[in-house]
Design a protein around this ligand. Structure first.
Ligand SMILES: C[S@@+](CC[C@H](N)C(=O)[O-])C[C@H]1O[C@@H](n2cnc3c(N)ncnc32)[C@H](O)[C@@H]1O
Length: 385
């Protein structure tokens, strides 16, 4: 796929990356392994990678590995050993652990790996309590560890909060009464328990901004649960909506929400990474709550900038994108390279930006991609979202 860099997963036994620890002597047994959220053990031993992030999925596939976006595709008791790498989202990690337990044969080993900075010690403690087992530490270096549990007939891992995973979203259309709709969330999907304050900020302005003549085709980029695209579909019953996200869990979640709300005829969800060419084009409106990643004190704007760079290919000349962001995030310069930028509203720590695509952009006149000069990093203070 153009635009994505493929790096074959290679690791030596003394590789200091936390994700390489399962390759330490005596950790893995002979034979195939199933590995969640990384692919180094599978590259070394064979087996199946579970990778919901599209760029890493494509990289594993290009390196010739067997890879699936979700463990739901793997039958029960398929593997003798499974490695789960701890993620930032504790709920997503315990969802992985639950699936790992399901696909393990009795007597098989569950290896749980992660760096101290992500909280592997407390995550292991919680898992040990759930399983009623004492973990064996099988590797402990590079400020990370791998622990071993053995599948027995005892209890399985459980999610931290098994309870209600739905939230209500209110909309106030220009015509008609305000109404609410309910969305389901999933572990690891953005805005896990409630509507994100930034998304709400955008939704409050959406009906008034679009007005009485909604575009026939709307796209929601980085859709998460699908909240923005679904709101647009509910507000404007004549419009078709495409939703896109790089995380297969978000794609699954948005699809489930669309089906539950009976919007399947007009809404479609695609698994797409911002560095891939858009699978469709000529939309009349794009809705975006851009992704960003925190790296210590810094914020990595790379994913947002990649998404901005693709905007031109998604929307028609003269069409608009509506974007919400933390007020301090420096999105103005990269976005101004694409079109006319206007700040519609700034309040409660957020800003709402409207971008009108030029007929012929600065970029297509030979400039570098939006934000290329900044390298995509900022240490501007941002409110936690
Ligand atoms: C801030 S969340 C917004 C989610 C949703 N639109 C909302 O308002 O709740 C950003 C979304 O972008 C997705 N994302 C992150 N990196 C991406 C990429 N490279 N390409 C496409 N989507 C990406 C994330 O999975 C996440 O769902």
């Amino acid at each position: 796929m153009p635009g994505l860099d493929y790096v074959a997963p290679v690791a030596t036994r003394r590789d200091r990356r936390p994700e390489a620890l399962p390759l330490d002597p005596g950790v893995l047994r002979e034979g195939a392994v199933c590995e969640f959220q990384s692919d180094l053990a599978v590259a070394a031993h064979g087996g199946t990678v579970v990778q919901p992030w599209r760029d890493r999925f494509l990289a594993a596939e290009a390196a010739g590995l067997e890879v699936v976006p979700s463990a739901h595709e793997i039958p029960d008791t398929e593997f003798d050993q499974v490695v789960v790498h701890l993620q930032k989202s504790r709920a997503a990690s315990f969802e992985d652990l639950r699936e790992a337990w399901r696909i393990l044969r009795p007597g098989g080993q569950l290896l749980f790996a992660g760096p101290n900075t992500l909280g592997i010690v407390s995550a292991v403690k919680r898992l040990a309590a759930q399983l009623g087992q004492s973990p064996v530490i099988v590797s402990n270096r590079a400020r990370a560890r791998v622990v071993r549990f053995v599948k027995d007939a005892g209890p399985a891992p459980t999610l931290e909060e098994e309870g209600n995973r739905t939230f209500a979203t209110a909309l106030d259309p220009i015509h008609g009464d305000p109404f609410e709709f309910e969305l389901e969330t999933r572990p690891g999907v953005f805005s896990a328990r409630k509507l994100d304050a930034g998304s709400q900020f955008l939704l409050e302005a959406l009906p008034g901004h679009v007005g009485h003549k909604p575009p026939a085709r709307i796209v929601d980029l980085g859709c998460g649960t699908g909240v923005l695209g679904i709101a647009a579909a509910l507000l404007w019953p004549e419009s078709q909506v495409l939703l896109a996200d790089a995380d297969a869990r978000a794609v699954e979640c948005a699809r489930a929400n669309i089906e539950r709300l009976g919007l399947g005829e007009r809404c479609r969800v695609v698994w797409w990474d911002a560095r891939e060419p858009p699978p469709d084009s000529r939309f009349g409106l794009a809705l975006v709550n851009p992704p960003f990643h925190r790296r210590g004190m810094d914020v990595d704007l790379g994913p947002a900038l990649a998404l901005f760079a693709s905007l031109e290919s998604w929307i028609k000349p003269g069409a608009r994108a509506l974007l919400v962001a933390n007020r301090t995030l420096p999105y103005e310069r990269p976005l101004s390279e694409i079109g006319e930028l206007e700040t519609l509203r700034a309040a409660r720590g957020y800003k709402l930006l409207s971008l009108k695509r030029r007929a012929r952009s600065a970029r297509s006149r030979g400039r570098r991609s939006p934000g290329a000069r900044s390298g995509g990093r900022t240490n501007a203070p941002i409110r936690s979202r």
